[in-house]
Write a protein that binds this ligand. Structure first.
Ligand code: G4P
Length: 553
């Protein structure tokens, strides 16, 4: 089963295994941006360059197509936000790019964290008039936690923009990140004429009339080349020389520093005009890392290993109205995934058939014959797979880093018709598998409690339960403001007994999460601290990795 698109890679180098060669040409990344900075527009342009779509506007897909796609989730339409995460694959310069889309709305930050656990690089989009915004910063912090290398795109240069120097300084100072301007803009707004590519000493100019995408490259001998003045509108040559001089105060690009997440190359452009996007993509192709080794509990997994490993970072329901299915997104970490393979779900030991792994090209889905490290494939299933699940060729190991955070909004679910309790249970279980909400079942047997990061998640939950399960629910406030996962400090019988005593001490304040792990609710931080003091044999955790609380054995 040969990958049809595989180029003859590395014929001048020692022969690589097929897995190593295929892994080597994968680039798996996400775009992080504050809403409105231009993520969707840029995505569209990247897909255009990669030939994955033919017309600009296909991603945004306003109007008819969008309506048919998201009918099931009216909220998405009503509020004009994209709630669902998706993955898009395209080919460029002999490499396979997997772009994992992250929801922009802050209520879905957990979804975003999980998606970022599955990428090897990120593009940070900044609005040239606004600079670093709240959400850019938050998302950047997640990337930093994982040392994800970042390429920066300063967008909307065709509008009035802040001075390049000011923008670069802001990135450097507020994010504590070194910057290397890869290109330098020539004017902005109506005067925006293009950029100067520093590494290639080339003017990359917008065509007169600013037509979509079409640009003209003019090689020069350097900033002092007199041709620059002839090529640019009056006065812009001197301004550019000054800019290039300023650019040289920033550190030189250094691949190692970029790969460690300490330095970002910066590209200027206009996604709307399709300008600068190619420079960005060339930069990604050149610098972004192919899949690297990943830590699992048992050992570190190298991508070129022949045995397959991967983990589920996202479950999406209703990706296609024709098939009311659930698709688990598996990030392949090592080996080759073949169509028809049977994989081991490590959590349960079950064997999972992968008869039709799905690849996603823009909005199309296609059955893949095979997938390689860095690829993300969709596995349709009926609720067997969960977020955080590791799948292998048989080995017992679990990847880390798909976390759950202690939610701050806790609501009791109220059911109008008690006859539907069983249906509600199923609905909540399935939506918890998808990571839409966290579900807790109080030990005193009272109605379930759901935990979310933002109000919007509650709206999504109730409308989906209504639409998909025909159950009407409402939410009731609780007095709890926080929760913690509770675990014994030591594995021995003493601390286990302490846990049992603690759980029995106030069953109405205790619950089990979706994986039957014990949790405690608190009405205040003070109450939580007091419990921590009173129960020294226990750990109270605000973050949980899938499959076991906190660190694992
Ligand atoms: P997002 O996904 O990050 O939220 O941003 P999106 O791409 O939807 O862009 C937000 C708005 O900014 C859109 O305008 C888009 O057309 C505009 N935009 C994106 N890139 C550029 C750019 O390079 N230059 C200029 N001038 N505008 C840009 P909108 O009015 O909200 O939507 P639409 O009516 O144009 O579709």
């Amino acid at each position: 089963m040969q990958n049809l698109d595989a180029p003859a890679l590395g014929h001048n180098q020692p022969p690589l295994s097929e897995t190593a060669a295929e892994a080597g040409r994968r680039r798996t990344f996400a775009i992080i941006a504050h809403p409105d900075a231009g993520k969707t527009t840029l995505t569209e342009q990247l897909l255009l360059l990669g030939g994955a779509i033919q017309i600009a506007g296909a991603v945004r897909a306003k109007g008819e197509r969008r309506r048919t796609r998201s009918d099931w989730m009216k909220i998405e339409q009503d509020r004009g936000i994209s709630v669902a995460t998706s993955v898009m694959t395209f080919e460029y310069a002999g490499q396979i790019f997997n772009l994992l889309d992250t929801p922009g709305h802050e209520d879905f930050s957990e979804d975003t964290y999980r998606t970022l656990s599955a990428v090897d690089a990120a593009v940070m989009v900044i609005d040239a008039a606004k600079g670093i915004e709240a959400q850019t910063r938050k998302l950047f912090e997640v990337c930093r936690l994982r040392d994800i290398p970042i390429v920066t795109f300063i967008n909307k240069m065709d509008r009035e923009a802040r001075e390049p120097l000011e923008l670069l300084d802001e990135i450097e100072k507020t994010l504590a990140l070194d910057v290397t301007p890869a290109t330098w803009p020539i004017g902005s707004g109506r005067q925006f004429a293009g950029v100067y590519d520093r590494a290639h000493e080339t003017l990359r100019l917008l065509r007169p009339g600013n037509e979509q995408g079409d640009e003209r490259d003019e090689k020069v001998t350097g900033p002092d080349d007199v041709r620059i003045d002839a090529l640019l509108p009056h006065g812009q040559g001197d301004a550019l020389r000054e800019g290039i001089e300023l650019a040289s105060v920033y550190p030189e690009f250094e691949l190692a520093s970029f790969r460690e997440g300490h330095l970002t190359p910066v590209y200027f452009g206009s996604a709307l005009r399709g300008f600068g996007v190619k420079h960005l993509l060339d930069g990604l192709a050149q610098f972004a890392p192919s899949p690297s080794a990943r830590a699992a509990d048992a050992r570190v997994v190298e991508p070129e290993e022949e045995k397959l490993t991967g983990f589920v970072f996202k479950i999406q329901a209703n990706t296609d109205l024709q098939h009311r299915d659930r698709v688990a997104f598996l990030r392949v970490c090592s080996g080759r995934l073949r169509k028809g393979a049977r994989l081991k779900q490590v959590r349960t030991g079950k064997s999972i058939p992968v008869n039709a792994p799905l690849f996603f090209f823009a909005k199309e889905r296609q059955v893949a014959e095979e997938a390689w490290p860095g690829d993300v494939v969709g596995i349709a299933n009926h609720g067997v797979l969960r977020i955080g699940d590791t799948l292998t060729d048989g080995e017992e190991l679990n990847f880390r880093g798909v976390p759950s955070f202690a939610p701050e909004i806790l609501r009791r679910v109220r059911l109008d018709d008690p006859m539907l309790a069983k249906k509600l249970r199923k609905a909540l279980d399935q939506l918890a598998d998808e990571g839409v909400v966290q579900v807790f079942r109080p030990l005193d047997g009272s109605q379930p409690v759901v935990g979310v990061v933002g109000q919007l998640q509650l709206d999504v939950l109730s409308s989906r339960i209504q639409a998909e399960y025909g159950v009407h629910i409402t939410f009731e406030g609780t007095s709890w403001s926080t929760m913690r996962w509770v675990a014994p400090k030591e594995e021995g019988p003493q601390d286990r007994a302490a846990l049992d005593r603690f759980l029995r001490s106030a069953p109405s304040q205790m619950a089990e999460d979706h994986d039957n792990e014990p949790v405690a609710f608190f009405t205040s931080d003070w109450g939580r601290r007091r419990a921590e003091e009173e129960w020294p044999a226990l750990r109270f955790l605000s973050l949980r990795e899938q499959h076991g609380v906190g660190e694992q054995a």
